[in-house]
Ligand binder design. Structure first.
Ligand SMILES: Cc1cc2nc3c(=O)[nH]c(=O)nc-3n(C[C@H](O)[C@H](O)[C@H](O)COP(=O)(O)OP(=O)(O)OC[C@H]3O[C@@H](n4cnc5c(N)ncnc54)[C@H](O)[C@@H]3O)c2cc1C
Length: 226
């Protein structure tokens, strides 16, 4: 298990203690930040009216807080402030193709965050949280696009979740059966990498023809997406 530098270690709680595949666990807060920075989509697990929901949703992170937003009518968001949630962020880096089916796996980076979110109601804090969320997924858009109006702000719920209780798991490298009896089978084994990249911009067909895409978007074309 990778611990990182002592002042950048994630605290271990009853919920975040790794039990299985512990060698893939990490206590390095820098690795948590890197996983969160590399993505913008999470899965928010929450209990609403006794039913468990796992909701895919966009997030923003400022290193100490995770922000989610949605309609004020969103049941998962409105229920969350009173309820504990578990949020996961996952990046798949490749398929691990072993000699035996049993040893097949996935190379990945993943994080789990536990806590009770708070609803952000202060207007300044809400704008700052929405800025963080927007800039996390699309850096440059907050200053480029029109900002939310008062009416739009009122129609938006923003939740803040502390990153104090979080865990990280990372798998890299080759299959685990290279030195097992199955190595004698003469089969190919290794990793089929998965790389996500941003594609070419697709202009809105309703754009006036002379409208140029801003540099903060064109420069992302062809770059790694996570
Ligand atoms: C893309 C992907 C595919 C996977 N496929 C499989 C699979 O097919 N079979 C399988 O057994 N496992 C798979 N895993 C690993 C899986 O997520 C669990 O880590 C593993 O199954 C152990 O689960 P557990 O409940 O026994 O963990 P425990 O060790 O009991 O979990 C204890 C605590 O460890 C932390 N933790 C556990 N898993 C993760 C995680 N992935 N990321 C961050 N923190 C974590 C949490 O805080 C959790 O509360 C996959 C992971 C990813 C990201």
């Amino acid at each position: 298990m990778d611990s990182g530098s002592p002042d950048r270690q994630l605290p271990v709680t009853e919920r975040t203690r790794h039990h299985r595949l512990r060698e893939q666990g990490s206590l390095d807060r820098d690795q948590l930040d890197a996983i969160l920075d590399a993505g913008f989509l999470c899965h928010l697990g929450v209990t609403v009216d006794g039913n468990l929901l796992v909701v895919p949703t966009v997030y923003g992170s400022d290193g100490s807080t995770l922000y989610f937003h949605g309609s004020v009518a969103s049941r998962s968001l409105v229920a969350s402030p009173a309820a504990a949630v578990c949020v996961t962020v996952t990046h798949v880096d490749g398929l691990v193709l072993a000699r035996s089916v049993f040893e097949h796996g996935v190379n990945y980076r993943s994080a789990m965050i536990f806590g009770v979110p708070t609803m952000v109601t202060d207007p300044e804090e809400k704008l700052a949280g929405l800025r963080c969320l927007t800039e996390h997924a699309a850096p440059g858009q907050w200053d480029y696009a029109r900002r939310p109006s008062r009416k739009e702000l009122a129609a938006t719920s923003l939740l803040a979740l502390s990153l104090d209780e979080a865990s990280v798991k990372i798998r890299t490298g080759a299959p685990d059966d290279g030195d097992s009896e199955d190595a004698q089978l003469g089969l190919w084994a290794g990793v089929l990498p998965l790389r996500a990249t941003w594609g070419d911009l697709e202009p809105d067909p309703l754009l006036p023809p002379a409208t140029e895409a801003p540099a903060h978007l064109t420069k992302r074309v062809g770059t790694a997406a996570n």
